[in-house]
Design a protein around this ligand. Structure first.
Ligand code: HEC
Ligand code: HEC
Length: 195
């Protein structure tokens, strides 16, 4: 109960200020032209080509932009992405975000699995099928279970910090982390080929 109240409070806090930072609109065509490096790992359409890279096609542009800015500015650290993001300008970040966000995708729960069995504490923002219902939250559908597990543990230890996810992850046991990671990793994700 306490956790549910906490999460609802957080969701309210997140929804309220959303209008304050309006999207700096990026140009998807310019973003596409800048994906030379990104494609090796994330694919041209944002469907990851290596298991450690997340799928980013169809994420909300503000989420992608926030992460690239965090890698560039050092508030999120990763041996590859910190280097990749270091030289990006705000304009390039907006364009790349617009490109990957413009990709269309479909998700499907595994046969026989009921949406109401999704981890309730997560589905509120990430959806039962891993398609985010808040614009600042990422899709989790079809991400590698190890990626999801690693990110949750990073929030729990403070290596990755976010006003919503840090307090949520702080209360999760290893078993709850594994169950949520397995649930979302099992969702089938297809991202259409890039136009
Ligand atoms: C050599 C492989 C590689 C290249 C090249 C690369 N990435 Fe990544 N990217 C990764 C990995 C691995 C992660 C996961 C980082 C982590 O574990 O925190 C990631 C994470 C991200 C994230 C965060 C996604 C999320 O769900 O939080 C975004 C956004 C992203 N990359 C965009 C890009 C863009 C845009 C480019 C090109 C400018 C790019 N990446 C180039 C490997 C790569
Ligand atoms: C109140 C909304 C909310 C709830 C509830 C919530 N999340 Fe999140 N989650 C977010 C937001 C917002 C982010 C983006 C964090 C950032 O920008 O770094 C996020 C990020 C994540 C990420 C990082 C994904 C990536 O691509 O790097 C994972 C994994 C995650 N959440 C898992 C969970 C799980 C598992 C639960 C349930 C135990 C949960 N979340 C509950 C809002 C929420």
């Amino acid at each position: 109960m306490r956790r549910a109240a906490l999460i609802l409070g957080l969701a309210g806090a997140l929804v309220a200020p959303a209008g304050l930072h309006a999207d700096q609109a990026g140009d998807p065509a310019a973003g596409k032209a800048a994906t030379g490096l990104c494609r090796t790992c994330h694919g041209l359409n944002g469907y990851a080509r290596i298991p450690i890279a997340p799928h980013i096609g169809g994420e909300h542009p503000s989420y992608i932009r926030h992460q690239l800015t965090a890698f560039r500015d050092g508030t999120r650290v990763h041996e590859i992405m910190s280097v990749v993001a270091a030289p990006l300008s705000d304009r390039q970040i907006a364009d790349l975000s617009a490109w990957f966000a413009a990709q269309t995708f479909r998700v499907a729960l595994p046969a026989g699995v009921r949406p109401e069995d999704a981890p309730a504490a997560c589905a509120l923002c990430h959806g039962a099928d891993g398609v985010a219902v808040l614009k600042d939250a990422p899709n989790l559908a079809g991400e590698n279970a190890i990626y999801i597990d690693t990110q949750l543990k990073a929030f729990r230890t403070g290596r990755r910090v976010h006003e919503i996810m840090s307090p949520i992850a702080a209360e999760l046991s290893d078993a709850e982390i594994r169950a949520a990671a397995e649930w979302y990793a099992a969702v089938r994700l297809e991202i259409d080929p890039a136009p």
